[in-house]
Structure formats: C-alpha cells, structure tokens
Ligand binder design. Structure first.
Ligand code: AMP
Ligand code: MG
Length: 347
C-alpha cells in the first residue's frame, strides 16, 4: 500500500500552485504515478520512456497488458520525437483540435517503452487542454503515458473524489483540479490506414474531423460488440468497460414505452438512468444525466451518474437511450459498453 497524497490545486496561490506542479513532476521523474485532471477525465500520468513506470500504471489500474496507453505531450513538435512518419493531415488536425479531447494514432519510432503501445507498431498521441496536465508535462520534460484514473473496467473518474475512491493506496499523489469539462475520454483517430478512422468517439465529432481531412470512417466496434476471435484495431474495445457494479440495460424508444416496459418488468433494486425532468414520471427511483437534447451535458455527467447508482445500491439499471448524433455517439458508445451491449428496442 502506498501513502497517497491528496492535494487540491483549487483556490491556491501561484506559489503554492507552482509547488504542486513541481512536486508532481518530481514524482513522475522518479518513476512513479500521479493522478491529475484533464479536460476529458482524470488520468494516471507516468514517464512513457520508462518500462518500470508504465508497469506501475497497469498495476494500479489492473489493466490488461495488451491494452495500449495514450502518450501525452505539451507541444505539437514533440510528436516528431515519437514518430518518424507523421502524415501531413496530423498537422492540420492538431492545428484545429490541439490542445483538446483528440488523440491521433501514428507509426511509432520506438522511443517510448514498448509496453505503452502494448507491442503494437503504432502509438497514440494527445495534447490535453488542461493547464495542470500541460504544466506537469512541461515541468517533467517527458512524454507522459496516461490512461483514465479508474480501476480497469469501471466508469472513468470525472472528479478527484472518484479518483480517491479507486486509487487510494495505489499511487503516490492525486491532484484535485475540480470537475472535468467533457467527462468522456478523447476521440481516438487512427491515421495509419488509407482513410482516417475513428476508433473511439469523443467530444471532437466525425463531422468536425471530416471538415479538416475530407473523409473519415467510424470503426464498427463503436456501437457493436466485438465478435469472438476478431482482430480489433483498438484493443481497448475488447474489454468490459465503463461498467458500474449494477447490471445496465439500455431501452431504446420513447419515454412512454420506457415507462411501460419498466412497469411490466420492475423488481426490487431497480433504478432508472434518465434525462433531466423525467424522474417524477417514472415508477422507480431514478438518477438523471442531462437534458435529452444536450449530448455534451450527458457526456459530462454519465460516469458520475453511473457511480452514483452504485452508491445508491442499484442492482439493475434501466437506461434511456441517448441520441447518437454529434457528441451523442460518444455517450452511446460508453453507455452501450457499460451495458455490455444489452440494448433493447422498444416498440
Ligand atoms: P484510455 O487509456 O482509457 O483513455 O484508453 C486508451 C484507448 O486508446 C484504448 O481504447 C486503447 O485501445 C486505444 N489505443 C491506445 N493506443 C493505441 C494504438 N496504438 N492503436 C489503437 N488503439 C490505441
Ligand atoms: Mg479508460
């Protein structure tokens, strides 16, 4: 068990802030792990060039060894230190979306530890739009590997309290920087094929990417389970993911048909995950996660709502189905996975 230091960077003086950043960078340079906020979710940051440091991330999360990590940089030029084959679209995309919730996969030149890429010849790179993350990357002068700061398989953390629940005793330090702005992980775009391909949807949408590079494909695994024995382009898509302890069932259809279904099937321990304002119309207790028409809000609140349902003792959760337009595709992707693709179409 490690002694986890919990520090708030909220409302501190400039001098105190600089001390927090310097301390986090020292811990990272010494080969250990620090949790800190990004604009997507909280991440576990460690030196991507050190095999031992990267191993500590996998251990803290209980993450399967074949699920690669994203490398975080603070300056676009640093991508050339990680890859000798950066396609020209990468520069255009970075100009538009970096710093931001956007990850690009390019050919790796092998500079970072092999375990970061889980043995793949490619590497995922992102420049986060979070002052704390950018300051820690700059202060450590290293590319930093960072997955979400949750126990593998469970909902990602969007607040420092979530990280504390999952990571106390497992890492050296947690920096509290308040709630995450987007609440879902970055869009992952592969640039290693003929046409750019979205492997994981996020706040940067397919349309926004298309406007920069002309064409974009969306990987099949985004809204469908990966079949047995299929080689996946993004290994993270194989695993049970983002799931609370409760069983989640997504019911696709109108509010009326949702209410009817729940009335017919309800049992002790059932909860609903619904849109704002629907709570009082449902026959069971409910947690809401944003207005029906507001995908950005749903993204921001989804993981927190899933964690809250566990805290309330939910055994089974009937979830309203979000729209898959725009950022909604990311919300659907995470919720469908949380449900193990248990999605029922209502008449
Ligand atoms: P997380 O660390 O939780 O944000 O997850 C990172 C995601 O990026 C996972 O779905 C990984 O499978 C994916 N990823 C990272 N590196 C690569 C890569 N080189 N090729 C394909 N997918 C990747
Ligand atoms: Mg994750």
């Amino acid at each position: 068990m490690l002694n986890t230091e919990y520090i708030s960077a909220l409302g501190v003086s400039d001098a105190e802030y600089n001390e927090i950043i310097a301390k986090a960078a020292e811990i990272i340079k010494s080969g250990s792990v620090v949790a800190l906020p990004t604009e997507t979710v909280y991440g576990l940051f460690a030196d991507a060039t050190s095999t031992e440091a990267v191993a500590k991330i996998f251990e803290a999360k209980g993450r399967p060894q074949d699920n690669p990590l994203i490398v975080h940089i603070a300056d676009f030029q640093d991508i050339y230190k990680l890859s000798d084959e950066v396609p020209k679209e990468a520069e255009e995309l970075a100009k538009k979306f970096w710093p931001g919730p956007f990850t690009m996969i390019v050919k790796s030149n092998g500079r970072v530890s092999k375990s970061v890429s889980a043995g793949l010849s490619t590497i995922a790179v992102r420049m986060p739009d979070s002052k704390i993350a950018l300051d820690v990357i700059r202060a450590s002068k290293l590319p930093l590997a960072a997955p979400s700061a949750n126990i593998s398989g469970f909902p990602s953390p969007t607040s420092a309290e979530h990280v504390r629940d999952d990571m106390t005793g497992r890492i050296e330090m947690i920096i509290d920087g308040g709630e995450c702005r987007y609440g879902v992980e970055s869009t992952v775009l592969s640039l290693t094929g003929d046409v750019p391909r979205i492997l994981r949807p996020g706040a940067v949408t397919a349309d926004a990417i298309k406007a920069v590079v002309g064409a974009v494909e969306i990987d099949e695994s985004v809204l469908k389970p990966v079949g047995e024995g299929v080689v996946v382009s993004s290994p993270g898509m194989k695993y049970r993911h983002y799931s609370p302890k409760a069983q989640v069932i997504v019911l696709r259809g109108s509010l009326n048909s949702f209410v009817e279904y729940v009335e017919r099937h309800q049992m002790e321990g059932d909860f609903a995950l619904c849109f704002d304002g629907e709570e009082d119309l449902l026959p069971i207790r409910a947690v809401s996660f944003g207005a029906e028409k507001d995908s950005l809000m749903q993204a921001q609140r989804l993981y927190s709502a899933l964690r809250q349902l566990d805290e309330l003792g939910a055994e089974r959760v009937f979830a309203r189905c979000p729209s898959k337009e725009g950022v909604g595709l990311a919300v659907c992707n995470r919720l469908f996975r949380a449900a193990g693709f248990n999605v029922i179409d209502l008449k």
